[in-house]
Structures are given as structure tokens and as C-alpha cells.
Write a protein that binds this ligand. Structure first.
Ligand code: NAP
Ligand code: MG
Length: 502
């Protein structure tokens, strides 16, 4: 049995009384059947503050037995129709209530997110938490706008479609945007009338659990949202395999995405996968170079580079390569790395020791393959915590390991290109296709290149913009299915055709 964590020490620097109270209120439990319960096995695991490597909380380690019970509850809740047949206006009100509760607890949630994940408090406050609230608010609007169709038919027939919920949805999310990912999954599923079982990432379970409390406070019917913390093999795989789960939505690594797809074959679940990326960020000499430098910096160093759509391959036209990489490196060097609770900090630690080791392994591999770490290239010099220096590699070839594999850390690989064709060719020369960007003042080139890039999102003269109103998802091995916008409705509804003989 693990020792009781010292919240005062692990969460030092945190100020929000409710966040501290949440941490101090004992081991975190599973949300099953409208109640907080320990795992049936009685097991717990630790969630750490990656800035000081201390234990923030003990969390219930759910596994197959807990998933089984949650699925039974979910099935009952769905079939009874307390949520799926609730009037759409009422569903809207519930989702708006959740959005409001997130806003009301924004400061608390931001501190919990930063403590658990290591991201800077300015990012938690300005992006993650408001982004989660906006996602619930956006889908609240859709609950009243899900239409079927009336089909053309002979006078003796009446033919129409109903767009119905899929049923019990298992949702497995990563650690990089914990609350935001929870909202991308839960909000559209609920708007469409489904019930959900969410498995947060083991590294960052806290804000999802706090969201569970807020969802109870909002008064949703029992078992419409259940939350099972635990590990991938165990809680996650039991969801992916479960014969009575109708749909699984997954965000995470391509490797695990393939396992999810295989596991779903048992009962032919609906599957949507949002996986990794190695996104090309292409800078032409006719761009607003200052804006491109700043955008490229944000594109790779935001959230310590732990972003699936990070601009990790920075393609720069040869004539400006040295100058551009100089400026990008200077900007990287100027980033304040340190205590993520400090509002002036721009980069906190990586999420875990595992991720830290992984990223350091890539830094080593880059140097071994002959790339030059123009800035960074090593762990941070902080005494504790999983810090990595913002790194810009120059002299990178698109064939190198650091240009092919998702590093998921603050590491830019700058690659030169000759001309437009070469930029597009190299940009598309990857197994991934999540996102891409192009920087140019030539409007024709911008749109030509946007069309030619094989990616689910393309940014022109900006990087990283994501809005609940617009779709998000991948080409190639970055996954399939589109989340956000009206496209998420496709993921969480199915169509029923009705023929009537008049
Ligand atoms: P991961 O293993 O793909 O984790 C994502 C989620 O899947 C977590 O909730 C995880 O649970 C769960 N999971 C793991 N194995 C599973 C299984 N066999 N069946 C069902 N669910 C399972 O990602 P990671 O290990 O945290 O990170 C590894 C790499 O993945 C990163 O370095 C990065 O390259 C990539 N990644 C991509 C994204 C993205 O948004 N595209 C996000 C995160 C990571 P546990 O947390 O308990 O393992
Ligand atoms: Mg943690």
C-alpha cells in the first residue's frame, strides 16, 4: 500500500483552496453508477507532479471488473432512455450547465491541470480550461439541431431517416490536454444522446475526476457519464474489447490506436482514432518572416511540444535557412522554462519520467545521425522535475529518425527545401497526416500548397489554431474520423431509414 501523499509538499505553490481541498480529500475513486467507488481490486496508483516528482494523489486502479459493472449500468441507462430520449432542449440545458460549472471552477481546474500535467499555468488558464467549457457550450447548441431527412418518394410511400445515438461509448484519452480531451469526447457524445465511459490517461487523471464531480452537480441522470481511471492494459483494453460497448473513441499513439482497432473487431464496434503526427510547417521566403518565426516557435514549444499536431518538422527554403533557424533558436532560448505555476513561465516539465527519457533518447539519436542542436539538446538544469530544454536541430534530413518519428517533446527539426514542389514532396513524405502549415504572402501558392498537403488540418500563416466549430482529425496513420464541428455528430450517431406505405 502506497504512503499517503503530502499534498502540501507535492502541490507547493498552488494557491486555489478548492484545488488543494480536492487533493487532500483522500484517494480518488471511480465514478460508477452515479457514485464514487474504489476499484473492486482495492488497488490504487500514484499521480505525480512532474515539476517536482512528488505524489499529488492516489487514484483508484480500475480494471476489467470495474469496466464490466460500468458497462452494465451504461447499458441500462441507455436502454431506459433517460438521456437518449430526453427532450433536446433539456439536453442542451445540461450541457450548458456543465460549461458554466467549468467556468465557475476555472481557476481550480487550471491549477489541478498544471499540477498534474506540468503545463504552464498560463496555458491551462487561457487554453485548456476555457477550451473545455467552449466545447461543452458548442455541443449544447447541437443537441437541438440533429436532423434526419425526408426522402423523395412515390405518392404511396413516406420515406425518411432518423439520426439516432449509437449507444454506449467508451472513450480513451491521453495526458497532453487532459480536460480538453475529456470535453472533446464527452460533449458531442452527450449532445447526440449517447452514454459514455471515459478512461483518462494514468499520468493525468485529476481534472477528469473533478469534471465528474461537476457533472454530478449538474444533475445528469445516473450512469450517463462514468469515469474509470486506471492503466491502458486493464481499464483501457477492457473498454476496447468489451462486447457490449457500441463505440470506442481513442486519442493517443498510433501504436495503441492499432491495438484498439484490432480489439474492436470482436463485436465490430464503431471506432474513431485520433493518433500521432509529424506535421510539416513550411516557410517560404515571401512570408512575413517575423510572424512565421513566432508561429513556428509556438507550433513546436507550446505544451512542451507534447501536442499531436505540433509543427515538429520545420521546412525552410534554402536561401533563408540559416537566418530563419538563427531567429527561431534565439526565440527558443528566450523561453522561460521552470515552475509551471509561475504565470511568467512559458515551458514547464514534460509529463513523466517515461516521456522525459523518450525525448532524451531522440535528442541523442538526432546528434548521432549528424544533426546539430543549435539550441538546447539536453535535459533542463532544474534540480528536480522532468524538464527538457527547448531544442532546435539544424542540418536535419527528412530521412532521419528525428524527422520520421513522433518525439512528442520540445524538439524542432529544421529541414531545408529547394522550391514549392520539394516542400510539398518532403512535407508529405511521412506516414502521418494530422496537420500542416504554410507561410507565404502569395495567396495562390498558399492555397495550392494547402490542397497538395495530405493532412487533416492545414494552417495558412498561423499555427495550431483549433476551434470547436471546425473539424480535427488525421489523414494516413494519424487516424480516421473527424472530431469537433458538425463532423463529430457523424461519430456519435447512426442513421435509420424508415419506409412507410401510405
Ligand atoms: P498511449 O499509450 O497511446 O496512451 C493513450 C491512452 O490510451 C491512455 O489513456 C492509455 O492508458 C491508453 N492505452 C494504452 N494502452 C492501451 C491499450 N492496450 N488498450 C486501451 N487503451 C490503452 O500514449 P502514451 O504512452 O501516453 O504516449 C506515448 C506516445 O504516444 C507519446 O510519446 C506520443 O508520441 C504519442 N501520443 C500521442 C497523442 C496524441 O494526441 N496524438 C497523445 C499522447 C501520446 P495509460 O495512460 O494508462 O497508458
Ligand atoms: Mg500527474
Amino acid at each position: 500500500m502506497a504512503a499517503t501523499p503530502s499534498v502540501e509538499s507535492a502541490a507547493r505553490g498552488a494557491k486555489n483552496p478548492s484545488a488543494l481541498q480536492f487533493l487532500k480529500s483522500g484517494p480518488k475513486k471511480l465514478l460508477i453508477g452515479g457514485k464514487w467507488v474504489p476499484a473492486k481490486s482495492g488497488k490504487t496508483f500514484e499521480t505525480l507532479n512532474p515539476a517536482n516528482e512528488e505524489v499529488l494523489a492516489l487514484v483508484a486502479e480500475g480494471d476489467k471488473a470495474d469496466v464490466d459493472e460500468a458497462v452494465r449500468n451504461a447499458r441500462k441507462a441507455f436502454e431506459e432512455g433517460k438521456w437518449s430520449t430526453m427532450g433536446p432542449h433539456q439536453r442542451t440545458r445540461f450541457l450548458l450547465k456543465i460549461a458554466d460549472l467549468i467556468d465557475q471552477h476555472a481557476d481550480e481546474l487550471a491549477e489541478l491541470e498544471t499540477l498534474d500535467n506540468g503545463k504552464s499555468i498560463s496555458e491551462s488558464r487561457n487554453m485548456d480550461i476555457p477550451g473545455a467549457a467552449e466545447t461543452f457550450r458548442y455541443y449544447a447548441g447541437w443537441a437541438t439541431k440533429i436532423y434526419g431527412e425526408t426522402n423523395p418518394s412515390d405518392p404511396g410511400m413516406f420515406s425518411y431517416t432518423l439520426r439516432e445515438p449509437i449507444g454506449v461509448c467508451g472513450q480513451i484519452i491521453p495526458w497532453n490536454f487532459p480536460l480538453m480531451m475529456a470535453s472533446w469526447k464527452i460533449a458531442p457524445a452527450l449532445a447526440c444522446g449517447n452514454v459514455v465511459i471515459l478512461k483518462p490517461a494514468e499520468q493525468t487523471p485529476l481534472t477528469a475526476l473533478r469534471l465528474g464531480e461537476l457533472i454530478l452537480e449538474a444533475g445528469l441522470p445516473e450512469s450517463v457519464v462514468q469515469i474509470i481511471t486506471g492503466f491502458g492494459p486493464g481499464a483501457g483494453s477492457s473498454i476496447a474489447e468489451h462486447p457490449d460497448i457500441d463505440k470506442v473513441a481513442f486519442t493517443g499513439s498510433t501504436e495503441v490506436g492499432k491495438l484498439i482497432l484490432k480489439a474492436s473487431a470482436g463485436n465490430l464496434k464503431h471506432v474513431s482514432l485520433e493518433l500521432g503526427g509529424k506535421s510539416p510547417n513550411i516557410i517560404f521566403p515571401d512570408a512575413d518572416v517575423q510572424a512565421a518565426t513566432f508561429g513556428s516557435m509556438l507550433g513546436i514549444f507550446m505544451n512542451q511540444g507534447q501536442v499531436c499536431c505540433a509543427g515538429s518538422r520545420v521546412f525552410v527554403q534554402e536561401s533563408m535557412y540559416d537566418q530563419f533557424t538563427d531567429s527561431l533558436s534565439k526565440m527558443a532560448q528566450g523561453l522561460t522554462v521552470g515552475n509551471p505555476l509561475d504565470p511568467n513561465t512559458r515551458m514547464g516539465p514534460l509529463v513523466s519520467k517515461e516521456q522525459h527519457d523518450r525525448v532524451l533518447g531522440y535528442l541523442k539519436a538526432g546528434k548521432e545521425e549528424g544533426a546539430n542542436a543549435k539550441v538546447g539538446g539536453a535535459a533542463g538544469n532544474q534540480e528536480r522535475g522532468y524538464f527538457v530544454q527547448p531544442t532546435v536541430f539544424t542540418g536535419v534530413k527528412n530521412s532521419m529518425k528525428i524527422a520520421r518519428e513522433e518525439i512528442f517533446g520540445p524538439v524542432a527539426s529544421a529541414i531545408p527545401f529547394k522550391d514549392e514542389n520539394d516542400a510539398v514532396f518532403q512535407g508529405n513524405d511521412t506516414t502521418y497526416g494530422l496537420a500542416a502549415a504554410v507561410w507565404t504572402r502569395d495567396i495562390s501558392r498558399a492555397h495550392k500548397v494547402a490542397r497538395a498537403l495530405k493532412a487533416g488540418t492545414v494552417w495558412i500563416n498561423t499555427y495550431g489554431m483549433v476551434d470547436p466549430v471546425a473539424s480535427f482529425g488525421g489523414y494516413k496513420q494519424s487516424g480516421f474520423g473527424r472530431e469537433l464541428g458538425k463532423h463529430s455528430l457523424e461519430l456519435y450517431t447512426q442513421i435509420k431509414q424508415v419506409y412507410t406505405k401510405l
